[in-house]
Design a protein around this ligand. Structure first.
Ligand SMILES: NC(=O)c1ccc[n+]([C@@H]2O[C@H](COP(=O)([O-])OP(=O)(O)OC[C@H]3O[C@@H](n4cnc5c(N)ncnc54)[C@H](OP(=O)(O)O)[C@@H]3O)[C@@H](O)[C@H]2O)c1
Length: 316
C-alpha cells in the first residue's frame, strides 16, 4: 500500500487525486489548498505530490518540508525537471537533504517529463552517435486554468506581451531548458548556451474561454516558442512549441514530432497524432509515476534516472 498526499487543489491536483483514488492499493489524502499546507506537507505520506506552480524557488520550501517529514516528493513544477538549470546551489542542497532522509525527489509531467526529454533519450538509443534533435509540439492549450494561461502569455496585446516577457511575468510554456539539460546531462554533453524566441500568436477574432477570460481581437491566443541549445558551437537540440487556445479555429491539429538528424540529413522522425493532451497526459503521467518514484534511488532524480512511467499495480 502507498499513502499519497497531494498539495495543490487546482486542475492537476484534483484530476490526479481522482485517478489515484481509483487504484485500490493507494490511500490518497487531499488535494489540499494553500490554507491546508501543513496537512499536505507534514502528513508523512509515502509520497507527497506538489502540483502548485512553475518556478523552483516557489516550491523549494514545500519540497524541503515534505522531505523533512520523511516523504518522497513528486513535483509538477516545470523548473523542477532539472532544478540545477536555475539554481544549482539550492538543487544540490535539496539533493543532499533527500539523501540524508533516504527519499527521492523528482519533477514529473509530460512537458517537461516525456516529449522533450525521456522520449528523446529513448529514441536516441537506436540512433547513431552525433545526432542533432528537433522536437515540435503543437498543443491545444484551451484546457488550462486562468493562472497558467496568463503565465503562458494568453490575453495580451502585442506591446503588453512584450513588456510582460521583459518582466518575466510571461514565460510561454516553461521547462524547455530543463528538458534539454536532462538529455544533455544523461549523455554527458555540455550545453554552452540556449537561444530563446517567444512570440505571441495574435487572434483575428474574439475567443471566449468559459470560466476563465475572453481573448479580444488582436490579443494573444497562444505562443510560438523556439529554444535552441548549442553544443561545441553548433545547434544541437531545438524545441518548438506552438500552443493555441483554438487550434481548430486556425486549421491546426495537435501533434508531437521528434526528428533526429545526422550530418544535416533526417535520420528518423516520429509523430504522435493527435499529440499528447496537456491535461490528460499530465494527470496520467503524474498518477503513473507514483511507483517509479517510490522505487527510485535516494536524492533528486530526473526522468533520465527513472524507469518509464506506466500504470502498474502496486507491489511492495
Ligand atoms: N511538467 C508538466 O508537464 C506539467 C503538466 C501540468 C501542469 N504543470 C504545472 O503544474 C502546476 C499546477 O498545474 P495546474 O494545471 O493544476 O494549475 P492550476 O489549475 O492553476 O492549479 C494550481 C493550484 O495550486 C495553487 N497554487 C499556486 N501557486 C501556489 C503556491 N505558490 N503555493 C501553494 N499553492 C499554490 C493554486 O491556488 P490559488 O488558486 O489559490 O492560486 C491552485 O489551487 C502549474 O505550474 C503547471 O504549469 C506541469
Amino acid at each position: 500500500m502507498a499513502t499519497i498526499s497531494i498539495y495543490g487543489a487546482g486542475q492537476l491536483g484534483n484530476s490526479t487525486a481522482e485517478l489515484l483514488r481509483k487504484v485500490p492499493d493507494h490511500v490518497v489524502y487531499g488535494p489540499f489548498r494553500r490554507d491546508e499546507r501543513n496537512k499536505a506537507l507534514n502528513s508523512g505520506a509515502d509520497l507527497v505530490i506538489i502540483a502548485t506552480t512553475t518556478k523552483f524557488r516557489d516550491v523549494v520550501n514545500d519540497i524541503r518540508q515534505a522531505v523533512e517529514h520523511g516523504s518522497h516528493v513528486l513535483v509538477s513544477s516545470e523548473e523542477c525537471a532539472f532544478p540545477w538549470a536555475v539554481d544549482s546551489v539550492l538543487a544540490d542542497e535539496l539533493d543532499r537533504l533527500a539523501l540524508a532522509n533516504k527519499v527521492s525527489i523528482a519533477g514529473c509531467g509530460v512537458n517537461p517529463g516525456l516529449i522533450f526529454d525521456s522520449l528523446v533519450l529513448t529514441l536516441l538509443g537506436a540512433a547513431p552517435r552525433g545526432c542533432t534533435i528537433a522536437v515540435r509540439r503543437t498543443v491545444n492549450i484551451s484546457g488550462f486554468g486562468a493562472t497558467v494561461l496568463r503565465r503562458i502569455g494568453v490575453g495580451k496585446t502585442l506591446q503588453a506581451f512584450q513588456d510582460a516577457v521583459a518582466r518575466e511575468e510571461i514565460l510561454g510554456h516553461a521547462g524547455f531548458p530543463q528538458s534539454m539539460a536532462v538529455v544533455a546531462s544523461a549523455m554527458g554533453l555540455k550545453i554552452e548556451r540556449i537561444e530563446k524566441e517567444l512570440l505571441p500568436i495574435l487572434t483575428e477574432d474574439k475567443i471566449d474561454l468559459p470560466g476563465r477570460f475572453p481573448v479580444a481581437k488582436s490579443e494573444s491566443a497562444g505562443v510560438n516558442q523556439t529554444y535552441t541549445a548549442f553544443v561545441d558551437g553548433k545547434p544541437w537540440f531545438t524545441s518548438h512549441f506552438y500552443g493555441h487556445v483554438d487550434l481548430p479555429g486556425i486549421d491546426k491539429s495537435a501533434m508531437d514530432e521528434i526528428e533526429l538528424s545526422l550530418n544535416g540529413k533526417t535520420f528518423q522522425t516520429i509523430q504522435l497524432k493527435p499529440g499528447i493532451g496537456s491535461q490528460v497526459g499530465s494527470q496520467n503521467m503524474v498518477a503513473n509515476s507514483v511507483v517509479r518514484i517510490l522505487k527510485a534511488r535516494d536524492g533528486w532524480v530526473t526522468t533520465a534516472d527513472l524507469q518509464p512511467a506506466y500504470p502498474e499495480n502496486f507491489r511492495n
